[in-house]
Design a protein around this ligand. Structure first.
Ligand SMILES: Nc1ncnc2c1ncn2[C@@H]1O[C@H](COP(=O)(O)OP(=O)(O)OP(=O)(O)O)[C@@H](O)[C@H]1O
Ligand SMILES: [Mg+2]
Length: 328
C-alpha cells in the first residue's frame, strides 16, 4: 500500500497563486461532487469562489438543491461561494450570431454576394461548435476576473484537454487567416482594386487580431502551473483508471498543469466484517487490487482518497464532509 506524499491541501499551499481548478475524469466518477466540495472549501479559506459547470448535461442545481442556472448564485449558507450552470443554449445562439457577423464581413470583403446563412449552418452544424462555444464562455468568465478562485466542473466527453488544445489550434488557424488576409490586401492594393475602399475599416481583421490575443492570454493562464491545476478523479476500478491515465499523458504533452489524482469511492475497511455479504467482500478485494495499480500508475500524484459514503452526495453538508477528505 502506498502513501500520499503531497495532499491536495499541501498542493494548494505550495501554489498560493492557484486560481483555476478543474476536475476531470470518466463519466460518473464524482467530478461534480469534488468540484462542489473544493469550491466550498476554497470559499471557507476566505477566497471569493465561483463553481462553474461547462457540462452541457448539468447537475450543479441538483447537487446544491438550488437553482443556479444561467447566472451566478450565492450558495445558501456559504459565504463567498457562488455557483453557475452555464446556459448552453444561450451560449450557442450567441456564438451563432457572432459567426453570422464574421462570415458576413468576410463575404463582403471578398465581394461575394452569397447569403451568409448557408455558411453559418455548415459552420455551426459541426459537433465541435458546441464545445468551442462553451470554451468561449469559460474564457469570458475567466477574463471578467470577478473571483479569486474558479472551480470548473468539466464535461467528460468534451474532454478538457480538447478544450484547451483548441486554444492552440485556434491560434494557428488565426495566424494563417491573418497571413492570407494580409496577402489579399496587398494584392488588392497592387491591382488598385481597392481605391474605393481606401480607409475602409476591416472588422474581420480587427476581430482576428483581438481573438488571437485572447487565445494567447488564455493559453498563458491555463498552462501556468502556478495558476491552473487539473485534478483527475478515479474510482478504484479499471476503466476510470485507464481513462485518467490517458488524460494525464495528453495533458502532459500539452503542457497543461496536472494537480493530481483523487481516488473516490473506496470502501472503508473498518466497516467490513468477515460476515459481511459476499458481494461486499468481493468488492473490497477488487478495490484493493485496483488501489495497487493506482499507486503504481500515479504514485506521487495521488492527493486524496475519498471513501464511499452511505448515501449519495447532495447539499452543502455532504459536500463539506467530502471536502474533509479531499483536503485532509
Ligand atoms: N464517495 C461517494 N459516496 C457516495 N456517493 C458518491 C460518492 N461520490 C459520488 N457519489 C455519487 O455518485 C454520483 C455521481 O457523482 P458525480 O455526479 O459527482 O459524478 P460525475 O463524474 O460528475 O458524473 P458525470 O460524468 O455524469 O458528470 C452522484 O449521485 C454522487 O452523489
Ligand atoms: Mg458531473
Amino acid at each position: 500500500m502506498g502513501t500520499i506524499t503531497q495532499t491536495t491541501r499541501q498542493y494548494v499551499e505550495a501554489h498560493p497563486e492557484l486560481k483555476y481548478v478543474f476536475f476531470g475524469g470518466k463519466g460518473g466518477v464524482g467530478k461534480t461532487i469534488m468540484a462542489g466540495a473544493a469550491a466550498l472549501w476554497f470559499a471557507q479559506q476566505g477566497k471569493k469562489t465561483l463553481l462553474a459547470s461547462t457540462n452541457p448535461v448539468h447537475s450543479l442545481s441538483n447537487l446544491l438543491k438550488q437553482d443556479v442556472f444561467g447566472k451566478p448564485v450565492l450558495i445558501s449558507g456559504e459565504e463567498g461561494c457562488y455557483a453557475l450552470e452555464i446556459d448552453t443554449k444561450e451560449t450557442i445562439e450567441h456564438s451563432k450570431t457572432e459567426i453570422r457577423d464574421k462570415i458576413g464581413w468576410f463575404l463582403k470583403f471578398a465581394d461575394i454576394t452569397v447569403k451568409a446563412e448557408e455558411f453559418v449552418e455548415s459552420a455551426t452544424m459541426n459537433p465541435a461548435f458546441e464545445e468551442s462555444a462553451m470554451f468561449e464562455n469559460m474564457l469570458d468568465l475567466i477574463f471578467r476576473d470577478e473571483y479569486e478562485i474558479y472551480v470548473f466542473d468539466t464535461a467528460p466527453t468534451a474532454n478538457a484537454r480538447r478544450l484547451l488544445g483548441m486554444s492552440k489550434v485556434y491560434s494557428l488557424w488565426v495566424e494563417k487567416l491573418l497571413k492570407s488576409r494580409g496577402e489579399a490586401k496587398e494584392l488588392r492594393k497592387k491591382l488598385s482594386y481597392s481605391r474605393k475602399r481606401k480607409g475602409e475599416e476591416d472588422p474581420l481583421m480587427d476581430y482576428l487580431l483581438q481573438f488571437k490575443d485572447r487565445m494567447a492570454d488564455a493559453r498563458g493562464l491555463l498552462t501556468d502551473p502556478e495558476k491552473t491545476a487539473f485534478f483527475f478523479v478515479t474510482l478504484p476500478e479499471s476503466l476510470p483508471i485507464a481513462v485518467i491515465t490517458r488524460f494525464i499523458n495528453w495533458f502532459h504533452e500539452f503542457g497543461i498543469p496536472i494537480g493530481g489524482v483523487i481516488v473516490n469511492g473506496l470502501i472503508e475497511k473498518e466497516t467490513v466484517k468477515p460476515d459481511s455479504p459476499e458481494f461486499v467482500l468481493n468488492r473490497v478485494k477488487m478495490q484493493e487490487e485496483h488501489m495497487e495499480k493506482i499507486w503504481q500508475a500515479f504514485g506521487d500524484r495521488n492527493r486524496a482518497i475519498v471513501p464511499l459514503f452511505e448515501t449519495e452526495v447532495q447539499g452543502p453538508a455532504m459536500l463539506n464532509r467530502t471536502a474533509q477528505y479531499l483536503f485532509a
